[in-house]
Design a protein around this ligand. Structure first.
Ligand code: PMP
Length: 405
């Protein structure tokens, strides 16, 4: 196991205080903190290499292009894609899903065709489909779950019809922590000839992912949740699918030849990357992926699993604790409520103790409806959190509870 105290030294922000208390950052599901190598990469590239990529004959442009394309190769290796042409850079998970929704629905679906999503999706894997549904008359079907927060695979199987054209499902729930059996779900969908998009926003930072092993048709994630920069994301798509989809946006970079009569498009992945890409961000994302790879995704998964089990034990000792999401396969996210204390009050008072948690519906309102609640308090762990921090969290919750008694 890696030395968490050594790792923490790589994240300068972790040594700051909030309201005079040491920061305890437990909002990693929203975004992770950045190691020095990621922040340095941004400054270094601006200071020493900055030039627009792909089009320049001059030295800097070529060097920036090499870095940008090397970053694509790093991403390919990280998710084990077959080819760099299957790695599209986007602004994040949200844009990746919007890209697929926009290009897939208009080219592969007709009115009355169906997309299957699950009840535990983030809004960013619901609303893009609804926007297309309004425009093209497609229908959304929803996989239900049990009270532990596990998707019901029998019900899932029953949702397929000859009108089903795509499944879009999250790998790990950002509220319940459930690790969905996406490999099995993809196998089932492929049995009906249906491709699958996996939302990897909450899996990529925490567990090893091999898109070929999963046989995912599309796999999307955000850089900022895996210790990388904001505004940087990835769409992995099987070449056979990306080839079939029309461009998402038009502009420079994505074209081969433009005339006023007709435009032809660039090869993959550039067909989907209109305009100047975030070449500074791609290099920084690659640094982040190299950073977690050096620690080892297996090690990170094992360490976070231990943390989560410990936190579940500690939190369950607190009277009137209600935990939402007790799946057998659970990632490092815990949502809870205590007694009648409003999630917002709990979050605000924990904040005063230096403990950063998230409160509210977590962009998953349909899931809140299923749970019959308005919101939860959510703690989400990263590779740098410790058991000591969890003890302080548990004590903090107990203090808040006392204040309300
Ligand atoms: N899907 C899931 C499961 C998420 O947790 C999030 C972020 N909370 C997103 C999608 C959206 O990610 P982003 O805002 O980085 O595009």
């Amino acid at each position: 196991m890696y030395d968490v105290n050594e790792v923490r030294k790589d994240f300068p922000i972790l040594s700051r205080t909030v309201y005079g208390k040491p920061l305890i950052y437990l909002d990693n599901g929203a975004t992770t903190q950045k190691p020095r190598c990621v922040v340095d990469s941004i400054a270094d590239e601006y200071y020493s290499v900055n030039a627009n990529v792909h089009r320049g004959v001059h030295f800097l442009s070529q060097q920036a292009t090499e870095l940008h394309e090397a970053a694509r190769e790093t991403v390919r290796r990280f998710v084990h894609a077959g080819s760099v042409s299957e790695i599209v850079f986007t602004r994040g998970t949200t844009e990746s899903i919007n890209l697929v929704a926009s290009s897939f629905v208009c080219s592969q679906m007709k009115a009355g065709d169906e997309v299957i999503v699950s009840v535990m999706e983030h809004h960013s894997n619901i609303v893009p489909w609804q926007l297309q549904a309004e425009r093209y008359g497609i229908v959304l079907k929803v996989i239900p779950m049990n009270d532990k927060g596990e998707l019901l695979l029998d019900e899932y199987a029953r949702l397929f019809s000859e009108r089903t054209k795509l499944v879009a499902v999250t790998h790990v729930s950002n509220v319940l922590g459930t690790v969905n059996p996406v490999k099995r779900m993809i196998e089932m969908a492929h049995g009906y000839g249906v491709p699958v998009l996996v939302d990897g926003a909450q899996s990529i930072p925490h567990i090893p992912v091999d898109v070929q092993e999963l046989d995912a048709d599309f796999y999307v994630f955000s850089g900022h949740k895996v210790y990388g920069p904001t505004g940087m994301g990835v769409l992995y798509g099987k070449e056979k699918w990306l080839d079939r989809l029309p461009p998402y946006q038009g502009g420079g970079e994505m074209i081969q030849k433009v005339t006023f009569e007709k435009t032809t498009f660039n090869e993959l992945p550039f067909k989907f990357e209109a305009g100047t890409p975030d070449y500074i961000g791609s290099t920084a994302l690659a640094k982040a992926l190299d950073y977690v790879s050096a620690i080892g995704m297996d090690q990170i998964a094992a360490y976070e699993h231990e943390l989560t089990c410990y936190a579940m034990r500690r939190l369950k000792e607190i009277p009137d604790m209600r935990i939402f999401g007790e799946a057998d396969q659970k990632g490092s996210v815990i949502s809870f409520l205590v007694g009648n204390i409003h999630h917002f009050d709990m979050g605000t008072l924990l904040d005063r103790l230096g403990i950063a948690v998230r409160t509210g519906h977590h962009c998953a309102e349909p899931l809140m409806d299923r749970l019959g609640i308005e919101g939860t308090v959510r703690v989400s762990f990263a590779l740098y959190n410790t058991k000591d921090e969890i003890d302080i969290l548990a004590q903090g919750i107990e203090r808040v509870v006392e204040m309300f008694c």
